[in-house]
Ligand binder design. Structure first.
Ligand SMILES: [Zn+2]
Length: 384
C-alpha cells in the first residue's frame, strides 16, 4: 500500500462506513471556520499538510486516539517536574489530544499566526515543553536570542520535518536544553524518544520494515524506505503501507535498556534523495541529502540559510542567504568566492566518493523565507 492507493481507495478501506468525499468536505469546512475542536460522526478526521493533490486524510476512532495519547504520556521521557505543560505548535489539531489534567496539560499554538503572535501566545501559556517542526523551533530560537521570547523550556520536541544536525545544535545552544525527536506519519505514531534521547520504534504498536527499492530488507545501518503495519488502527487498517520516507535503523542497542530498535536518522522524503550519474557504470548512485547539507553548512559561518535543488544528475542549484554584515565588508567578494570554492570542493568529494560525475553548481544569493504552511525541505530534487 502507498499513499496514492490509500487515498484512491479510502472509502473502501474505511471500516467505519465513511466516504472519502464526506471526510474531505468536513476537513475543508474545519479549515474555513478554523474550528478544529469538532469530531465528525464521533471520529477524528484531519487533513495532513502537503500540496493539494498530495494531501492525506488522517482518520482515527476515539479508542485509537486514546491509545496514542496513552502511548505518548507513558513512554515519553518527560522531565522531572511537578506539572508538565506541553505546547504543540501544530497546523491542524484534533480534539483527541486536548487535555488539562493535574499532571499534564496540553495546549495548541497555531503556526500560521505571525511570529509576534506566536511568541505572545507562548508567553501567556508559559509551557515547560515546546513541541513543533524544527523550522518553527529555529525561528523561536532566533526570537529568544533577540530577547523577544522569554521562556525557559525544560525540553524541546521536534517532529514533522528533518532535524538537521546543525539546526539541532543551534536550538539546543540557545535554549540551553535538549531537543528530542518524535516520528509520526499521518497514518501512524512510529517512534518516540527515550530517556537517553534516542528515537525508538514503537515496536508494540507498529511493525516497521526498512526496505530497498526492490522491497528487500536492508541491513541495520543502511538507509531504506519505511513500510509500516499498524497494530492499533482498525478504522482505516494500515498494512504494509510504504511511506515516502527514508530512515536508517541503528545496528547498536540503546544504553537505556529498551530492545525496541533505534532510528539512527530520519533522512526525509525519498523524493529528495540526490542521484549522481555513475562515472564507471551506466547507472545512478544514491546520495543521502545529509551529505549535501553538511557540504554547504560546513563551508562558512556566513551562511544563514540555504537550500539546494538538484535539477539534473549533473546540475545542482544552491541558494544561499548570507549574513547581512557581509555587505559592509570590503573583502566581501573574496569571502563569497571562498564560500563557493569550499562548497564546490565539498560537493565534489561527496560525488567522487559515490563514484559519480561531479555536478555543475549554480549559486544564487537571495533572502530565503519559509512558509509554515508547508514542510521545510532544504534539499530537493526536481527530476524523476
Ligand atoms: Zn533508548
Amino acid at each position: 500500500m502507498n499513499k496514492q492507493l490509500f487515498m484512491d481507495n479510502f472509502t473502501d478501506l474505511n471500516t467505519m462506513g465513511l466516504t472519502k468525499e464526506e471526510c474531505i468536505e468536513h476537513c475543508l469546512e474545519k479549515e474555513k471556520t478554523r474550528d478544529f475542536s469538532q469530531y465528525y460522526k464521533g471520529y477524528l478526521v484531519g487533513m495532513s499538510t502537503g500540496t493539494s493533490g498530495n494531501r492525506g486524510i488522517e482518520f482515527a476512532t476515539k479508542i485509537e486516539a486514546l491509545l496514542m495519547q496513552l502511548l505518548v504520556f507513558f513512554r515519553f521521557p518527560f522531565p522531572k517536574t511537578r506539572r508538565i505543560h506541553i505546547a504543540f505548535i501544530l497546523r491542524v489539531f484534533s480534539p483527541g489530544f486536548s487535555r488539562d489534567g493535574r499532571k499534564i496539560k496540553v495546549s495548541y499554538v497555531n503556526p500560521l499566526d505571525t511570529i509576534p503572535a506566536i511568541v505572545e501566545n507562548l508567553h501567556s501559556l508559559n509551557p515547560n515543553i515546546i513541541s513543533g517542526p524544527p523550522s518553527v523551533l529555529q525561528v523561536l530560537a532566533k526570537e529568544k536570542q533577540r530577547g523577544k521570547l522569554k521562556l525557559f523550556p525544560l525540553l524541546l520536541v521536534s517532529y514533522g520535518e528533518v532535524l538537521d544536525f546543525n539546526v539541532k545544535e543551534e536550538i539546543e545552544n540557545i535554549f540551553e536544553c535538549s531537543v528530542v525527536e518524535a516520528y509520526k506519519s499521518s497514518e501512524s505514531f512510529i517512534a518516540l524518544p527515550c530517556k537517553s534521547g534516542n528515537l525508538h520504534i514503537n515496536e508494540d504498536t507498529v511493525f516497521v520494515e526498512v526496505l530497498d527499492r526492490d522491497n528487500q530488507p536492508v541491513q541495520a545501518g543502511e538507509p531504506g524506505y519505511v513500510v509500516v503495519t499498524d497494530f492499533v488502527k482498525y478504522g482505516t487498517p494500515i498494512i504494509r503501507y510504504r511511506l515516502n520516507d527514508l530512515i536508517t535503523v541503528s545496528p547498536d542497542p540503546c544504553p537505556c535498556g529498551s530492545n525496541f530498535r533505534v532510528i539512527q536518522q530520519v533522512h526525509g522524503r525519498a523524493d529528495d534523495v540526490i542521484y549522481g550519474r555513475s562515472e564507471s557504470k551506466d547507472e545512478f548512485q544514491f546520495i543521502l541529502p545529509d551529505f549535501v547539507r553538511r557540504s554547504i553548512v560546513s563551508s562558512s559561518a556566513y551562511i544563514e540559510e540555504y537550500n539546494a535543488i538538484q535539477t539534473s544528475p549533473t546540475g545542482l542549484t544552491i541558494n544561499l542567504q548570507l549574513n547581512p554584515e557581509l555587505e559592509e565588508l570590503p573583502e566581501k567578494e573574496e569571502i563569497v568566492q571562498t564560500i563557493e570554492r569550499s562548497i564546490q570542493e565539498n560537493i565534489s568529494s561527496v560525488f567522487k566518493g559515490h563514484d559519480s560525475i561531479i555536478p555543475k553548481l549554480d549559486f544564487t544569493y537571495t533572502k530565503i523565507s519559509h512558509d509554515f504552511d508547508t514542510k521545510l525541505r532544504r534539499i530537493k530534487r526536481t527530476f524523476k
